[in-house]
Design a protein around this ligand. Sequence first.
Ligand SMILES: [Zn+2]
Length: 71
Amino acid sequence: MGGHANMGQLPDPELFRQPPQRRWENPMIAAVGTYAIRITWDDGHEAGIYTWKRLRATCPCAECTAQTASE
Ligand SMILES: [Zn+2]
């Protein structure tokens, strides 16, 4: 499985010492077909497309872990 080059890499701890520049709220979430969702933040920044499969694979809960393992 490729495309996870950044996984396991910790973010810069300095990021957590700084107050957030702004609050991120009201993202627009739109369905992309039946396989993914597209997230657009309220400043127009687009976070991209997240497939259900990717969200499942990222989620650590028992249900998603079982679902991912069975595929
Ligand atoms: Zn889950």
